[in-house]
Design a protein around this ligand. Structure first.
Ligand code: GTP
Ligand code: MG
Length: 427
């Protein structure tokens, strides 16, 4: 809950590079009053100076010098804004394929997503191609537990606001989303222009053929996911800061359980223990953090070197599990050849990224049927495998801790497979 009593949701903005995520997000923050006219004017002037006037809204989010000069998002940006019903933390993710790992970190903290797809000529086609990120991001979102989605069919101004283009994109994307396991009857496909503001907060008169909700109205159709407060505490760490006068402040999102000041916590896999001094969300001190809260918490007896992205915090009495061996079901999506025993790609689980070895292939299910102890796996196969991490990491059984029991397998800059943990043998 925010101080004003509205329920809170974390929203991630995903989609192919340059499809207009930062611009749309910046514009949305502007219409919701998070960003003032004066700030936008300032960004516009600065952007024009380097010949990037159309980027004024993107600059609200793209703060790094390199991001502004290149016109691409690299790291995550967090902002808050309010709709009628909710208080949102918005996470603007990068679309460029080199930065998918940052996108994964952002998505692992989200309750819901807006998938931004450009309707511009050739842009939709580039995003949805096998090397594009439109489908990869949608699938990663589903794998990482984000099942509430809005599709923003963006840059409608470039498509002359034509209904045919909107239909073409919605239908093709709808088919893909269904394949990935989304319930598309619950997904709004909203035609917008993030740059010009059509259908963001007010119905656009240029698209009178569209009868659905505006983007803001669609956001209020989301629901607050169940909060597993009765489970043990699990809090994957996203970053660590040193703040003068306060000390070391790890940052992350609570996935399960409750965290309160004065409690003793343990950071796994290192086993480092510390006492929690205070907890903050959006620069306000809070008496306890519950699932879904994106928090920073100061700790006594902790230095910055003791913690890193990927660690998971729990209470000392019920510490997060360090895995010796994992039995998982994986779905192979895109691998250039075949996966055999010994294959060692990177697994992304929570905020951790660790190389994991495929130690055994127990069974595979393909179009041709079921095979025990197969020699290899290829695209389209679902399989039960045994995985062994190459270094200590926290990973949990999916049925106990869904957020830490699902993972993405990445190799050579691509998402190769996604998986769910059936069983963990603790170290
Ligand atoms: P990455 O974060 O790098 O993946 O890009 P992004 O998806 O955040 O895109 P960004 O907002 O940086 O916009 C990319 C380009 O598209 C810029 O030149 C924008 O001005 C332009 N653009 C964004 N939205 C619109 C739109 O609604 N209409 C038109 N015509 N151009 C847009
Ligand atoms: Mg961006």
């Amino acid at each position: 809950m925010s101080s004003k009593g509205k329920p809170h949701l974390n929203l991630v903005i995903i989609g192919h590079v340059d499809h207009g995520k930062s611009t749309m997000t910046g514009h949305l923050l502007y219409v919701c009053g998070t960003i003032s006219d004066r700030e936008i004017e300032k960004f516009e002037k600065e952007a024009e100076l380097i010949g990037r006037g159309s980027f004024k809204f993107a600059w609200v989010l793209d703060k790094l010098k390199e991001e502004r000069e290149r016109g691409v998002t690299i790291d995550l940006a967090f902002y808050k804004f309010e709709t009628k019903k909710y208080y949102f933390t918005i996470i603007d993710a990068p679309g460029h394929r080199d930065f998918v790992k940052n996108m994964i970190t952002g998505t692992s903290q989200a309750d819901a997503a807006i998938l931004v797809i450009s309707a511009g000529t050739g842009e939709f086609e580039a995003g949805i191609s096998t090397t594009g990120q439109t489908r990869e991001h949608a699938l990663l979102a589903k794998t990482l537990g984000v099942s509430q989605l809005i599709v923003a069919v963006n840059k409608m101004d470039l498509a002359d606001y034509k209904e045919e283009r909107y239909n073409e994109i919605s239908e093709e994307m709808g088919r893909n989303l269904k394949l990935f396991g989304f319930d598309i009857s619950k997904i709004n496909f909203v035609p917008v222009s993030g740059m010009l503001g059509d259908n963001l907060s007010e119905k656009s008169d240029k698209m009178s053929w569209y009868k659905g909700p505006t983007l803001l109205e669609a956001l209020d159709t989301f629901i607050v996911p169940d909060k597993p407060t009765d489970k043990p505490l699990r809090l994957p760490i996203q970053d660590v800061y040193t703040i003068t006068g306060i000390g070391t402040v790890p940052v992350g999102r609570v996935e399960s359980g409750i965290l309160k000041p004065k409690e003793e916590v343990i950071f796994q896999p290192t086993g480092k223990k510390a006492a929690v001094m205070s907890i903050e969300m959006h620069h306000e001190e809070i008496p306890e953090a519950i699932p879904g809260d994106n928090i920073g918490f100061s700790c006594k007896g902790l230095s910055k070197q003791d913690v890193r992205r990927g660690d998971v915090v729990g209470h000392s009495k019920k510490p997060p599990t360090i895995a010796k061996e994992i039995v998982a079901t994986v779905q192979v999506i895109r691998h250039s050849s075949v996966i055999a025993v010994g294959y060692t790609p990177v697994v992304h689980c929570g905020t951790a990224q660790v190389a994991i070895r495929f130690a055994k292939l127990n069974m595979k299910q393909s179009k041709k049927g079921k095979v025990d102890n197969p020699d290899f796996l290829k695209n389209g196969d679902a399989a039960e495998v045994v995985l062994i991490p190459t270094r200590d990491m926290v990973i949990e059984q999916y049925s106990e801790f869904p957020a830490l029991g699902r993972f993405a397998v990445r190799d050579m800059g691509q998402t190769v497979a996604v998986g769910i943990v059936k069983k963990v043998t603790p170290k």
